[in-house]
Design a binder for this molecule. Structure first.
Ligand code: ADP
Ligand code: MG
Length: 344
């Protein structure tokens, strides 16, 4: 434990909240009243609201042995922003609820909130409230996010038609491999604490795991080009799983081409090192927080020069299964279970 350790009991719940939230400001017009009253107040004119919540539980969703609290705070906000982005909406407010045991110091909670604050700045969202509780075991962080969108711009999972183009942002599989690298180093450290972790060569993968970015930049790109996707979802559980969600919602199979799925060189090399197929990492890895969406064919040209958007396939027949066309030209059905051996 570090030398600067203030017990939460010394400050009390109110003192703790004051201390960790005092530097947060309200910047959005729709945030009328923030922390300090019985409820926050928001007011938005002529927009549709979207709301989403994410719950992160220590030992289930994160391991503090290799996730610094500041990164955890940033990521907890980013994953919520990603859900708002997937509705084609703009994030505006968050509430943050935490449960913690006396294992955590005031300084630890400050680190968590420093990460939350940096994500609030990055994504232009206001922290407007939350709740705090003691916990008998680990740390629990739950964030609720509120966003807004013009009714005509709202994009759901459901809405695509046969012939629409399937698009994906960024690259896939890196966050999953980042987690494998961190887990491996943790094991090495357990057996030999004097060993220095070898992480430099995996920087990109680790960054993707610890500090994922929500693709608000793409939401803005789409808006600038006046393109409204016909369906959209964010990729939290692997590309394969999200393709199946779109199939289920729309009743059409998607056809995806292996050679169009983007992944980085580092992802490829590390997959080989771990003895897994890079495409398996992309399809079932998870935590990429990229966007998977479909567009009408008429919008193809307007998007073809946008960096970081790849056209990876098309929406197929009604009632057909989703398929992956491999580099060798084989057609394999995309199955959630087929990839499950990868999961922890
Ligand atoms: P109540 O008893 O009504 O639940 P609290 O004492 O829990 O009120 O909270 C007081 C204020 O502090 C409220 O505005 C609440 O939204 C805010 N708050 C409480 N916990 C947190 C937290 N972990 N993060 C941010 N704001 C919080
Ligand atoms: Mg409360």
């Amino acid at each position: 434990m570090s030398e600067n350790r203030t017990e939460i009991a010394d400050l009390g719940e109110f003192g703790l909240i004051k201390r960790v939230t005092k530097t947060f400001e309200l910047n959005n017009k729709s945030s009328v009243l923030g922390i300090g009253d019985d409820a926050a107040v928001i007011r938005s004119e002529q927009k549709t609201q979207v709301v989403s919540t994410d719950l992160l539980v220590e030992g289930v969703h994160f391991d503090l042995a290799y996730v610094p609290l500041q990164h955890l705070g940033f990521k907890a906000v980013a994953v919520n922003v990603s859900d708002v982005a997937a509705m084609n909406a703009i994030p505006k407010q968050i509430t943050v609820s935490i449960a913690l045991s006396n294992r955590f110091s005031v300084e630890a909670v400050e680190a968590l909130y420093a990460g939350i604050k940096s994500a609030c700045a990055e994504y232009k969202v206001d922290l407007i409230g939350g709740d705090t509780s003691a916990s008998n075991a680990g740390l629990v962080v739950s964030i609720t996010i509120i966003g807004e969108v013009g009714e005509q711009d709202l994009v759901r999972r459901k809405g695509c038609s046969k012939g629409d183009i399937v698009c994906a942002t960024g690259d896939f599989g890196a966050a999953y491999l980042g987690l494998q690298v961190l887990a491996r180093e943790k094991e090495v450290y357990k057996t030999n604490p004097d060993m220095q972790p070898k992480l430099e060569e995996y920087q990109y993968l680790i960054e993707r795991q610890l500090k994922p970015k929500a693709r608000m930049d793409i939401v803005h790109e789409l808006k600038e080009r006046a393109i409204v996707p016909t369906s959209m979802i964010d990729v939290s559980d692997g590309l394969g799983s999200e393709v199946l969600h779109l199939e289920e919602e729309n009743g059409h199979g998607l056809v995806v081409y292996e050679d169009k799925i983007p992944y980085e060189k580092e992802t490829y090399e590390t997959a080989v090192e771990f003895g897994v197929d890079p495409i398996t990492c992309a399809m079932n890895g998870g935590e990429d927080y990229e966007l998977l969406f479909t567009i009408n064919q008429k919008d193809h040209d307007a998007l073809k020069n946008v960096a970081d958007i790849s056209f990876i396939g098309y929406v197929g027949e009604a009632n057909a299964k989703s398929k992956l066309v491999t580099r060798g030209g084989n057609v394999v059905e995309i199955e959630a279970q087929g990839w499950n051996h990868l999961k922890k």
